[in-house]
Write a protein that binds this ligand. Structure first.
Ligand code: GDP
Length: 195
Protein backbone atom coordinates (compact mmCIF):
# COMPACT_ATOMS: atom_id res chain seq x y z
CA UNK A 1 0.00 0.00 0.00
CA UNK A 2 1.34 3.47 -0.86
CA UNK A 3 0.09 7.01 -0.37
CA UNK A 4 -1.35 8.67 -3.48
CA UNK A 5 -3.11 11.88 -2.56
CA UNK A 6 -5.18 13.87 -0.08
CA UNK A 7 -8.29 15.89 -0.86
CA UNK A 8 -11.10 17.72 0.86
CA UNK A 9 -13.48 17.14 -2.02
CA UNK A 10 -14.41 13.75 -3.47
CA UNK A 11 -14.36 15.38 -6.94
CA UNK A 12 -10.61 15.89 -6.61
CA UNK A 13 -9.81 12.22 -6.07
CA UNK A 14 -8.44 10.16 -8.98
CA UNK A 15 -10.92 7.69 -10.44
CA UNK A 16 -10.45 4.08 -9.36
CA UNK A 17 -12.13 0.79 -10.25
CA UNK A 18 -12.81 -0.24 -6.69
CA UNK A 19 -12.00 0.97 -3.23
CA UNK A 20 -12.53 0.31 0.45
CA UNK A 21 -13.01 3.22 2.86
CA UNK A 22 -12.40 3.39 6.59
CA UNK A 23 -14.36 5.57 9.00
CA UNK A 24 -14.35 5.87 12.76
CA UNK A 25 -14.24 8.37 15.57
CA UNK A 26 -10.89 9.88 16.45
CA UNK A 27 -8.74 7.70 18.67
CA UNK A 28 -10.54 4.50 17.64
CA UNK A 29 -7.24 3.17 16.30
CA UNK A 30 -7.80 3.91 12.61
CA UNK A 31 -4.25 5.00 11.76
CA UNK A 32 -2.76 2.10 13.69
CA UNK A 33 -5.01 -0.35 11.84
CA UNK A 34 -4.16 1.10 8.42
CA UNK A 35 -0.45 0.93 9.25
CA UNK A 36 -0.87 -2.69 10.37
CA UNK A 37 -2.77 -3.59 7.20
CA UNK A 38 -0.09 -1.94 5.08
CA UNK A 39 2.66 -3.43 7.23
CA UNK A 40 4.16 0.04 7.46
CA UNK A 41 5.07 1.96 10.58
CA UNK A 42 3.91 5.42 9.64
CA UNK A 43 1.86 5.36 6.46
CA UNK A 44 -1.26 6.73 8.11
CA UNK A 45 -0.41 9.33 10.71
CA UNK A 46 -1.78 8.82 14.16
CA UNK A 47 -4.09 11.59 15.16
CA UNK A 48 -2.10 13.67 17.59
CA UNK A 49 -2.72 16.68 15.34
CA UNK A 50 -6.38 16.80 14.23
CA UNK A 51 -5.48 19.11 11.29
CA UNK A 52 -3.73 16.34 9.41
CA UNK A 53 -6.66 14.03 9.60
CA UNK A 54 -9.29 16.41 8.20
CA UNK A 55 -8.43 15.23 4.71
CA UNK A 56 -9.58 12.27 2.69
CA UNK A 57 -6.39 10.23 2.17
CA UNK A 58 -6.20 7.82 -0.72
CA UNK A 59 -3.75 4.91 -0.80
CA UNK A 60 -3.01 2.59 -3.70
CA UNK A 61 -3.19 -1.15 -3.14
CA UNK A 62 -1.26 -1.84 -6.31
CA UNK A 63 2.07 -0.36 -7.28
CA UNK A 64 0.73 2.04 -9.88
CA UNK A 65 0.63 4.65 -7.21
CA UNK A 66 -0.34 7.65 -9.34
CA UNK A 67 -3.16 5.90 -11.19
CA UNK A 68 -4.36 3.23 -8.79
CA UNK A 69 -7.08 0.85 -9.89
CA UNK A 70 -7.72 -0.41 -6.36
CA UNK A 71 -7.55 1.92 -3.44
CA UNK A 72 -7.88 2.21 0.28
CA UNK A 73 -9.42 5.44 1.57
CA UNK A 74 -8.87 6.91 5.01
CA UNK A 75 -11.68 9.29 5.92
CA UNK A 76 -11.34 11.95 8.62
CA UNK A 77 -12.09 10.74 12.13
CA UNK A 78 -15.22 12.15 13.68
CA UNK A 79 -15.78 13.40 17.21
CA UNK A 80 -12.51 15.10 18.09
CA UNK A 81 -12.75 16.37 21.66
CA UNK A 82 -10.84 19.61 21.14
CA UNK A 83 -12.23 20.73 17.83
CA UNK A 84 -14.79 23.56 17.67
CA UNK A 85 -18.32 22.52 16.71
CA UNK A 86 -18.07 24.63 13.56
CA UNK A 87 -15.05 22.73 12.27
CA UNK A 88 -16.65 19.46 13.30
CA UNK A 89 -19.78 20.39 11.33
CA UNK A 90 -17.71 20.95 8.17
CA UNK A 91 -16.36 17.41 8.24
CA UNK A 92 -19.73 15.75 8.04
CA UNK A 93 -20.70 16.98 4.56
CA UNK A 94 -17.22 16.02 3.32
CA UNK A 95 -17.51 12.47 4.63
CA UNK A 96 -21.12 12.17 3.51
CA UNK A 97 -20.35 13.46 0.02
CA UNK A 98 -17.58 10.90 -0.38
CA UNK A 99 -19.69 8.02 0.95
CA UNK A 100 -22.73 8.82 -1.17
CA UNK A 101 -21.01 10.02 -4.40
CA UNK A 102 -18.06 7.71 -4.83
CA UNK A 103 -19.05 5.22 -7.50
CA UNK A 104 -16.15 2.84 -7.00
CA UNK A 105 -16.80 2.46 -3.27
CA UNK A 106 -17.12 -1.27 -2.61
CA UNK A 107 -17.04 -1.40 1.20
CA UNK A 108 -16.97 0.91 4.20
CA UNK A 109 -15.19 -0.35 7.29
CA UNK A 110 -16.75 1.21 10.36
CA UNK A 111 -14.24 1.10 13.17
CA UNK A 112 -15.56 0.67 16.70
CA UNK A 113 -13.30 0.66 19.76
CA UNK A 114 -13.42 -2.92 21.05
CA UNK A 115 -12.51 -1.87 24.56
CA UNK A 116 -15.13 0.88 24.75
CA UNK A 117 -17.94 -0.41 22.53
CA UNK A 118 -19.95 1.66 20.08
CA UNK A 119 -20.35 5.33 21.00
CA UNK A 120 -23.43 7.37 20.14
CA UNK A 121 -21.63 8.72 17.07
CA UNK A 122 -20.73 5.19 15.92
CA UNK A 123 -24.37 4.13 16.21
CA UNK A 124 -25.47 7.24 14.31
CA UNK A 125 -23.01 6.43 11.54
CA UNK A 126 -24.28 2.85 11.33
CA UNK A 127 -27.92 3.99 11.22
CA UNK A 128 -27.10 6.44 8.48
CA UNK A 129 -25.25 3.83 6.39
CA UNK A 130 -28.17 1.43 6.84
CA UNK A 131 -30.69 4.08 5.86
CA UNK A 132 -28.86 4.55 2.55
CA UNK A 133 -28.12 0.83 2.15
CA UNK A 134 -24.41 1.56 1.78
CA UNK A 135 -22.22 -1.56 2.09
CA UNK A 136 -20.43 -1.61 5.42
CA UNK A 137 -18.66 -3.91 7.88
CA UNK A 138 -18.00 -3.22 11.55
CA UNK A 139 -14.39 -3.72 12.56
CA UNK A 140 -13.70 -3.74 16.30
CA UNK A 141 -10.25 -2.43 17.29
CA UNK A 142 -7.97 -2.99 20.32
CA UNK A 143 -8.90 -6.65 20.85
CA UNK A 144 -5.83 -6.94 23.12
CA UNK A 145 -7.27 -4.40 25.55
CA UNK A 146 -10.17 -6.70 26.43
CA UNK A 147 -9.25 -9.29 29.07
CA UNK A 148 -9.49 -12.86 27.76
CA UNK A 149 -12.09 -13.80 30.39
CA UNK A 150 -14.34 -10.95 29.27
CA UNK A 151 -14.03 -11.37 25.51
CA UNK A 152 -17.12 -13.46 24.83
CA UNK A 153 -19.37 -11.14 26.84
CA UNK A 154 -17.75 -8.07 25.25
CA UNK A 155 -18.24 -9.43 21.74
CA UNK A 156 -21.90 -10.04 22.43
CA UNK A 157 -22.34 -6.62 23.99
CA UNK A 158 -20.57 -4.82 21.18
CA UNK A 159 -22.60 -6.64 18.53
CA UNK A 160 -25.85 -5.81 20.33
CA UNK A 161 -24.79 -2.17 20.59
CA UNK A 162 -24.31 -2.17 16.80
CA UNK A 163 -27.52 -4.18 16.28
CA UNK A 164 -25.57 -6.99 14.61
CA UNK A 165 -24.77 -10.66 15.21
CA UNK A 166 -21.39 -11.36 16.85
CA UNK A 167 -20.19 -13.17 13.72
CA UNK A 168 -20.75 -10.04 11.62
CA UNK A 169 -17.96 -8.17 13.37
CA UNK A 170 -14.27 -8.47 12.53
CA UNK A 171 -12.15 -8.19 15.69
CA UNK A 172 -8.67 -6.75 15.32
CA UNK A 173 -5.67 -5.62 17.29
CA UNK A 174 -3.11 -3.48 15.52
CA UNK A 175 -0.63 -3.97 18.36
CA UNK A 176 -0.95 -7.74 18.55
CA UNK A 177 -1.69 -8.36 14.86
CA UNK A 178 -5.05 -9.98 15.60
CA UNK A 179 -7.42 -10.19 12.63
CA UNK A 180 -5.10 -8.24 10.33
CA UNK A 181 -4.56 -11.09 7.88
CA UNK A 182 -8.30 -11.76 7.86
CA UNK A 183 -9.04 -8.10 7.13
CA UNK A 184 -6.46 -8.11 4.31
CA UNK A 185 -8.19 -11.14 2.80
CA UNK A 186 -11.62 -9.52 3.17
CA UNK A 187 -10.32 -6.34 1.52
CA UNK A 188 -9.12 -8.32 -1.50
CA UNK A 189 -12.48 -10.06 -1.63
CA UNK A 190 -14.44 -6.78 -1.45
CA UNK A 191 -12.24 -5.32 -4.18
CA UNK A 192 -12.66 -8.40 -6.29
CA UNK A 193 -8.90 -9.03 -6.38
CA UNK A 194 -7.44 -12.52 -6.59
CA UNK A 195 -5.56 -13.53 -3.46
P1 GDP B 1 -6.97 7.19 15.26
O1 GDP B 1 -7.18 8.52 15.91
O2 GDP B 1 -8.26 6.50 15.05
O3 GDP B 1 -6.12 7.24 14.03
O4 GDP B 1 -6.23 6.28 16.34
P2 GDP B 1 -4.70 5.92 16.54
O5 GDP B 1 -4.28 4.87 15.59
O6 GDP B 1 -3.91 7.18 16.58
O7 GDP B 1 -4.77 5.24 17.99
C1 GDP B 1 -5.31 5.90 19.10
C2 GDP B 1 -4.69 5.33 20.38
O8 GDP B 1 -5.07 3.97 20.54
C3 GDP B 1 -3.16 5.35 20.36
O9 GDP B 1 -2.71 5.64 21.65
C4 GDP B 1 -2.80 3.94 19.95
O10 GDP B 1 -1.54 3.53 20.45
C5 GDP B 1 -3.92 3.13 20.58
N1 GDP B 1 -4.19 1.89 19.82
C6 GDP B 1 -4.48 1.79 18.51
N2 GDP B 1 -4.64 0.50 18.15
C7 GDP B 1 -4.46 -0.25 19.27
C8 GDP B 1 -4.51 -1.66 19.54
O11 GDP B 1 -4.75 -2.52 18.69
N3 GDP B 1 -4.26 -2.03 20.84
C9 GDP B 1 -4.00 -1.12 21.82
N4 GDP B 1 -3.78 -1.59 23.05
N5 GDP B 1 -3.95 0.19 21.59
C10 GDP B 1 -4.17 0.64 20.33
Amino acid sequence: MSFVTSATDVADLPATEAEVAVVGRSNVGKSSLINALANRKNLAHTSKTPGRTQLINLFALDNKSQTPTHAFVDLPGYGFANVPAKVQAAWQPMIEAYLTDRESLAMIMVLVDGAVGPTKLDVQMLEWLRSLALPHTVVATKHDKVKAAKRDARKKELAEGCRLETGDIVWTSASKAVGIEKLRDLTRLWLDLDS
